[in-house]
Design a binder for this molecule. Structure first.
Ligand code: BJW
Length: 233
C-alpha cells in the first residue's frame, strides 16, 4: 500500500500580506519605517530594550485584529482532511494560522503575543503592552521581559522538530517567503536532499529557485486554494 505523503509547509510574511500585515522586504527595504536588523537584533535589544519593546507593543493591536485569508484557511482545511501528516512551520509571529484553525503550527521565529522572562525563562502570553514595569508571575522579577521573537543572532525555536519533519517530508511547500533569512532559507535544500518534491508559491521566483521543482507565481490567496482543492481530490 502506498504511503500517504507527509507535507511540510513553510510560510513567511507574504501569506499574511493580504490580511493587511506588512512584509519585511518590500521595495524600499524598510519595515514599518525601521530596518529589520535594528529592531530585531540581539545588539539592538541590548542597547535599548525599552525602544524594542515599545516597537513590538505598537505592532500588537493591528496583528491582533488581523483576520486569516483564503490561503490560511485552505491550509487549515488541508490539515483537517489530509490522511498523512501536515505541519506548518511559520516564520511569522502573527497567529493567523491558529485563527484559521490549523493545529500543527511551529513558530520558529516566535510569537508576538508572547514575552520571555530573561531572569527565569517563563513565557508570558499576552496581547497587552510589555514594558519595564511588567512583573514576571513566576519569579517576580520586574521589567526583564524580551518579546518572544527570534532576533538576528538568536537560535530558532523547535529546530529539533523541524529537522525531523524535513527528513520525513514527501512534499515541501514554501509560501510567501523571500528565502533570504537563514536557516529557514535552507530548509528547501534539506527537504529536497531527503527526497521531497518542492513547490514555491510567491509573487515572484526567489533566489532559491534552484531547489524548487515548481514555482507557482501570483497572490497566494488566488493560487493556493485551487491547488489544495486539487490535492485533496
Ligand atoms: C507574497 C505575497 C502574496 C508578498 N502571495 N507571496 C547562513 C548564511 C548567512 C547568514 C546566516 C546564516 N545562518 C544564520 C545567519 C544569520 C541570520 C541571517 O539569515 N541573516 C541573513 C539576513 C543573511 N540568521 C539568524 O541570525 C537566525 N538565527 C540563527 O541562524 O541562529 C544560529 C546562529 C546564531 C548566531 C550566528 C550564526 C548562527 C535568526 C533569524 C531571525 C529572523 N527574525 C526576523 C524578525 C522577527 C521580527 C518580527 O517578525 O516581527 O523574522 S527577520 C524577518 O525576516 C522575520 C521574518 O520571519 C524573516 C523572513 O522574512 P519573510 O517572511 O521571508 O518576509 P519577506 O518580506 O522577506 O518576504 C515576503 C515574500 O512574500 C516576498 O518574497 C514576496 O514576494 C512574497 N509575497 N505578498 C504570495 N500575496
Amino acid at each position: 500500500m502506498n504511503k500517504v505523503p507527509d507535507i511540510f509547509i513553510l510560510t513567511g510574511a507574504g501569506i499574511s500580506a493580504e490580511s493587511g500585515l506588512a512584509t519585511f522586504r518590500a521595495q524600499n527595504g524598510l519595515w514599518n519605517n525601521h530596518k529589520v536588523e535594528d529592531v530585531a537584533s540581539v545588539e539592538g535589544f541590548a542597547k535599548d530594550p525599552d525602544y524594542v519593546r515599545a516597537f513590538y507593543n505598537g505592532l500588537k493591536p493591528e496583528v491582533q485584529k488581523a483576520e486569516p485569508n483564503a490561503a490560511h484557511l485552505c491550509l487549515a482545511k488541508l490539515e483537517k482532511l489530509w490522511k498523512g501528516n501536515v505541519n506548518i512551520i511559520t516564520q511569522n509571529v502573527d497567529t493567523l494560522h491558529e485563527k484559521a484553525g490549523s493545529k500543527n503550527v511551529w513558530h520558529i521565529h516566535g510569537r508576538i503575543d508572547e514575552a520571555l522572562c530573561l531572569s527565569c525563562g517563563y513565557v508570558l502570553n499576552t496581547w497587552q503592552d510589555v514594558n519595564a514595569q511588567t512583573l514576571c508571575p513566576h519569579c517576580q522579577t520586574k521589567g526583564n521581559f524580551k518579546p518572544n521573537i527570534v532576533f538576528f543572532g538568536e537560535n530558532l525555536q523547535y529546530m529539533d522538530t523541524v529537522e525531523r519533519l524535513l527528513r520525513t517530508a514527501d512534499l515541501f511547500i514554501s509560501i510567501g517567503t523571500s528565502g533570504v533569512v537563514y536557516p529557514a532559507a535552507g530548509f528547501v535544500q534539506t527537504a529536497k536532499y531527503y527526497g521531497a518534491r518542492t513547490l514555491e508559491f510567491n509573487l515572484e521566483t526567489t533566489s532559491n529557485n534552484f531547489y524548487f521543482d515548481k514555482h507557482i507565481t501570483g497572490k497566494c490567496t488566488e493560487t493556493l486554494p485551487p491547488f489544495i482543492t486539487e490535492l485533496l481530490g
